[in-house]
Design a protein around this ligand. Structure first.
Ligand code: NAI
Length: 353
């Protein structure tokens, strides 16, 4: 979730995708290319109306612009959102057609995996365009599944909030994890290795059993994970989990997780702050994946990408410090910082942000 002011800025470009032959339907939103090519994954999801789809694409693209700026990457922000119809359809044809649409943008947009897409899909895209990352990693190079990198950034952020806010090491904390997919399972292992206690939930029962077996975590029903009596709540499923409906039930003192767009509305950041719950802004803590993706696309060394991920905790500290200094919620502080990075870059090259 990003501040409403930023949503008033029109994106640089919106490309509507509608190719009957392949079944490709959706949109690519290029929020900005001021810092570099607009990078952001491709989501493949079932949406209701076209308005819902476009709104999601726009919010996600804006979030990517802020995330990339905050992570110190030479990349703007963008996102592709493709409609998933019931039944698989011809997946190869859909992603081949999507690759052609990305190619037509001439490098203004760089795609990668996101919810609902896989390395195989990106390999199909790569047959049509070079502006894609999230492909199998070459030995010693960044690339491949970004989830372990995302989990690492969230883990480091949790250490910062545990020590700074809860005044105890992470190993003494109880952490609830909602969603045990790619990121959630890596993070659960990292937390267990650290010695933290876990409470976990997922709609997929098999994933719960696997993670509980691996980590000794306590499994709870999905409807109870949000109100579990824990120190840290880690949303790792889908967005809008923090809302006027759910926030009153939270018992954690800190929210720190990988899910994108955790706040259902911009008011929810203030609602959390009013309840004395520290919110570690999603796009600040979950940038590890895009750093890996960026490093792959830009041809960086693995060590340089890893160093940027390791600095996630210090970027979060900067945001928490700004929120204190400005007496505002942490999500607002993060948006202001990200906007100022983009604004300064635009001023330097004489463009409007
Ligand atoms: P995933 O699709 O592998 O895992 C999501 C998990 O959440 C699945 O196991 C699913 O069964 C579960 N789930 C869905 N609804 C649920 C509910 N209501 N309650 C409990 N569990 C539920 O996705 P992944 O890659 O682990 O990503 C998780 C979140 O992190 C997403 O919001 C994604 O956008 C975000 N993210 C992921 C990154 C990555 O590197 N994979 C990078 C940055 C953000």
């Amino acid at each position: 979730m990003v501040n409403s002011d930023s949503l008033l800025h029109p994106p640089e470009r919106i490309v509507l995708l509608d190719d009957r032959e392949s079944g490709l339907e959706g949109a690519i939103v290029v929020h900005s290319t001021i810092l570099g090519p607009a990078a952001g994954g491709c989501r493949y999801w079932s949406y209701g109306s076209e308005e819902d789809l476009l709104e999601d694409a726009y919010r996600l693209a804006t979030g990517m612009a802020f995330k990339n700026a905050m992570a110190g990457l030479p990349l703007g922000g963008g996102k592709a959102v493709l409609r998933r119809r019931s039944g698989q359809g011809d997946r190869k044809a859909i992603f081949a057609a999507f690759g052609e649409a990305v190619e037509k943008l001439g490098g203004r947009y760089v795609t990668a995996e996101d919810v609902g897409t896989t390395v195989d899909d990106m390999q199909e895209v790569a047959k049509r365009t070079g502006h894609v990352a999230g492909l199998p990693a070459l030995s010693g190079r960044p690339g491949g599944d970004p989830s372990p990198w995302t989990a690492r950034g969230v883990f480091l952020s949790m250490k910062v909030v545990a020590e700074g806010r809860l005044s105890k090491p992470l190993r003494d904390c109880v952490v609830s994890v909602q969603g045990l997919g790619s990121v959630g399972s890596h993070l659960s292992r990292m937390l267990t290795d650290e010695g933290a206690h876990l409470v976990v939930a997922d709609v997929d029962r098999e994933r719960v059993v696997a993670v509980a077996r691996m980590t000794g975590a306590k499994a709870v029903p999905v409807e109870e994970v949000l109100s579990a009596d824990v120190d840290v709540f880690a949303p790792r499923a889908l967005g809008s989990v923090l809302s006027v409906r759910t926030i009153p039930h939270l018992r954690a003192k800190v929210v720190c997780g990988a899910a994108n767009n955790q706040l259902a509305s911009v008011e929810d950041g203030a609602l959390l702050a009013d309840r004395g719950i520290l919110y570690a802004p999603d796009y600040v803590v979950n940038a590890g994946g895009i750093i890996n993706v960026a490093a792959e696309y830009l041809g960086w060394e693995r060590a340089d990408a890893a160093a940027l991920v390791e600095a996630t905790g210090s970027r979060l500290e900067r945001v928490l410090e700004a929120a204190r200094a400005q007496d505002c919620s942490t999500d607002t502080a993060a948006d202001r910082l990200a906007q100022s990075i983009i604004f300064e870059a635009a001023t330097a090259v004489g463009r409007s942000a």
